[in-house]
Design a protein around this ligand. Structure first.
Ligand SMILES: [Zn+2]
Ligand SMILES: [Zn+2]
Length: 305
């Protein structure tokens, strides 16, 4: 089974700068093992797994620091190389994460890891109040991960439907920043201090700036959103608040294990998070109608049974 997210929609529309064509999509993958190598441990034919779609070179500065998720020469399945919308693929053992989960749940592992990794970067603890800007697929993982660490979570979005899903994924409070005054509401919810951690999962100049403006003094800001346009900042806030400003990209193997563990608790609203499951033959039509009406689906799963 393969999940399609906003970045696949961008690739379908020809707007993903990392993709060259033709390209087979598919980076959010669950699979059933058909055959293993002779000396593989812990996996066997018939087992269901989630899959890590990234590669790393092993030689660049990130790889040498043990942060292969930020490899300079990363190639993600379905982005820089062909993905999993096909009958069979071959993957190295270390990219497979077996779990007692349904194929549908396993298919949500990769998109959730991105938010889990951001929360790990922000070193979120149970003492923190974390504001998550943007509650789409990526933000949702950050909400769930913050909650799993015992933090108080404030979900911020302009879409009530997304806020509702975020709320059932572990949100403590929510703010519709289209209708409500973001700054005032955040202060109300944090005894006038602002959130300890802000996780930005939108990628617009306005939200990039708001993260730095709204976070508490001595707080942490984690950016996952990919801003296409340059952002201008009041950089004095970096210094005055003595902020930790962090980027977060893809995810580490431990994030995959954390998501698997979290999903096994059954606390994630899987059915609510998936809009529709279609067979491969219907995937082109589903993508076309998603492209015509982006608010129509949150996530499309393609079943290759
Ligand atoms: Zn994705
Ligand atoms: Zn590398």
């Amino acid at each position: 089974m393969v999940g399609l997210c906003g970045s696949d929609l961008n690739s379908f529309r020809g707007l993903n700068p990392l993709v060259s064509y033709p390209r087979v999509l598919g980076h959010e993958v669950s699979a059933t093992i058909v055959q293993t190598g002779t000396h593989e441990s812990g996996i066997y034919a018939g087992m269901d797994v989630a899959l890590c779609p990234y590669t790393s070179c092993g030689r660049c500065a990130s790889c040498r620091r043990g942060r292969a998720n930020a490899c300079q020469f990363n190639e993600t399945l379905g982005v820089q190389r062909d993905g999993a919308l096909t009958d069979f693929i071959v993957m190295p053992r270390e990219k497979l994460f077996p779990a007692k989960l349904t194929l549908k749940e396993l298919c949500l592992v990769e998109p959730l890891t991105v938010g889990f990794h951001a929360v790990a970067r922000g070193q979120v603890t149970a003492n923190d109040t974390v504001a998550i800007f943007g509650c789409g697929g990526v933000g949702l993982g950050a909400v769930a991960a913050s909650r799993a660490r015992g933090a108080t979570t404030i979900c911020v979005d302009v879409d009530d439907e997304k806020l509702q899903l975020a709320q059932s994924s572990g949100g403590t409070h929510s703010i519709n920043s289209h209708r409500e005054a973001l700054h005032d509401r955040l202060l109300e919810m944090t005894a006038g201090r602002g959130p300890d951690v802000v996780i930005e999962a939108v990628g617009t100049p306005a939200t990039f700036r708001a993260a730095v403006e709204q976070v508490a003094f001595a707080g942490r800001v984690v950016y996952i959103g990919y801003a296409k346009d340059p952002v201008s900042y009041e950089t004095r806030l970096f210094v005055q608040k003595e902020l930790d400003i962090l980027g977060s990209r893809n995810a580490q193997p431990e994030d995959f294990r954390a998501v698997v563990e979290f999903l096994q608790t059954g606390e994630f609203p899987t059915d609510q998070a998936v809009s529709v499951v279609v067979p491969l033959e219907e995937a082109p039509d589903a993508l076309r109608s998603w492209s015509e009406n982006p608010s129509r689906f949150k996530k499309i799963l393609v079943s290759l049974d």
